[in-house]
Design a protein around this ligand. Structure first.
Ligand SMILES: NC(=O)c1ccc[n+]([C@@H]2O[C@H](COP(=O)([O-])OP(=O)(O)OC[C@H]3O[C@@H](n4cnc5c(N)ncnc54)[C@H](O)[C@@H]3O)[C@@H](O)[C@H]2O)c1
Ligand SMILES: [Fe+2]
Length: 382
């Protein structure tokens, strides 16, 4: 039996942040990205909480790609404050931290009152505000672990464009390609359905039209706001289906060499599209009926790419990804990312391949991948 439901309730539009004015009488634990505090954007939350008389405290010890230790520190801070509402404001790292802090607190003390979680993303990328996933890093084992439970899903999301105006071009590129990867993996996922595909399709169309506009002109508020919607839509899409091998490989690569999540996803995309579809530069035929190929053909059409048949559509999709990487100054492979030497990278491949195959996300990939397949993909990624 399959089912489909949507959480969170989404507030968007010019006055979306005013939802916080309705928290009168609440005791609010705010989990904030340090950038949000430093830039003063936190006032958009705290001023409203003060105006409506909600007691609150701000916890901002959030670390990018949150490690277990930093989540544990947050659980202790929450225990000292209590509260009935949590507001998470920041990128995926802050929202994932908040999800985990709330969940671990509940498990440690089941008698603690239930907390409502309101997520306010400040990047347009992870869609974490709309998913049951939180990624935690085990820094000792050098792996990132995506934890999944519907108990993690935020109750509400606020999409406020004023918070993403400050995102610099490289972060716009990384997070924007993360949105695209979410939507593409959702559309070809084994667990996909008409419901998830409709959210994914809209996200792909929006990325095709608005990502480069956001990248080249930070002040283009229409583009920024559409990309913010696309990020949430793509989150809803993969939440209702799954991610795939691309994310499994990106988690292992990011945990080992500290590459930004979206950048890792983006450089892996051409390789995984080729693997899943069986289409490479030399191919003339492919299994046009298979889920991966039909999903990639649909994506190519949504991007408005000119295609003759399934093979040219998949090739055009790969070329589009490569074009986006070049246009936004993103590395095409690990050698261009400047994070390690070739020998360090090649030595890490066996462990990364094992981690990628074991990653929760990989199970949703439309084609089974063996450890040897993944090793070959990492080899080609240098
Ligand atoms: N839960 C999910 O469904 C899900 C999905 C995909 C990825 N993730 C995880 O999310 C994390 C990545 O999140 P992210 O890509 O949003 O980056 P991030 O949250 O790690 O933030 C990256 C950097 O951008 C800064 N930043 C945040 N907002 C900004 C703004 N408005 N202006 C300028 N700088 C800003 C942060 O301070 C940080 O230094 C990874 O750990 C990834 O594994 C989670
Ligand atoms: Fe992602």
């Amino acid at each position: 039996m399959n089912s489909f439901h949507i959480q969170p309730q989404v507030f968007f539009g010019d006055d979306a942040m005013d939802r916080l004015l309705e928290l009168k009488g609440r005791r609010v634990f705010v989990v904030a990205d340090p950038f949000v505090v430093k830039s003063g954007a936190i006032a958009l939350v705290t001023d409203r909480l003060a105006r409506c008389g909600a007691e609150h405290t701000v916890y901002s010890e959030v670390v990018p790609d949150p490690p277990i230790e930093s989540v544990a520190q947050g659980v202790v801070a929450l225990g000292g404050f209590g509260g009935d509402t949590m507001v998470a404001i920041g990128g995926g790292s802050a929202i994932d931290s908040a999800k985990l802090i709330r969940e671990f607190r509940k498990r440690i003390d089941p008698s603690a009152p239930a907390m409502r979680l309101i997520a306010i993303p400040t990047t347009s990328g992870t869609g974490s505000e709309a998913t049951n996933v939180a990624v935690v890093a085990d820094t000792q084992a050098q792996v990132k672990i995506p934890l999944m439970s519907d108990d993690l899903t935020p109750d509400e999301a606020i999409l406020a464009v004023e918070l993403v105006k400050s995102v610099p071009p490289p972060l716009t590129a990384d997070t924007g390609m993360d949105v695209f990867t979410h939507a593409l993996e959702a559309i070809v996922s084994r667990a996909g359905s008409d419901f998830s595909a409709s959210f994914a399709a809209r996200a792909i169309e929006i990325v095709g039209t608005y990502l480069l506009r956001s990248y080249h002109d930070a002040g283009d508020l229409e583009a920024r706001s559409r990309m913010h919607n696309a990020s949430c839509l793509a989150g809803m899409a993969f939440n209702a289906s799954s991610l795939g091998l691309n994310h499994g490989m990106a988690h292992a690569l990011g945990a080992r060499f500290h590459l930004p999540h979206g950048r890792a996803n983006a450089m892996i995309l051409p390789h995984v599209i080729g693997f899943n579809s069986g289409v490479c530069a030399q191919t003339r035929e492919c299994a046009s009926g298979c889920r991966a190929v039909s999903g990639y053909v649909a994506a190519a059409r949504l991007l408005g790419l000119q295609t003759l048949d399934a093979v040219t559509a998949v090739r055009a999709l790969v070329r589009w990804v490569e074009f986006m990487l070049a246009e936004m100054g993103m590395p095409k492979g690990v050698s261009q990312a400047g994070v390690c030497s070739e020998s360090e990278y090649r030595a890490a491949i066996p462990a990364m391949a094992d981690a990628a195959v074991a990653d929760h996300c990989t199970a949703g990939n439309p084609r089974d991948a063996t450890v040897d397949d993944v090793r070959r993909l990492y080899e080609a990624l240098w």
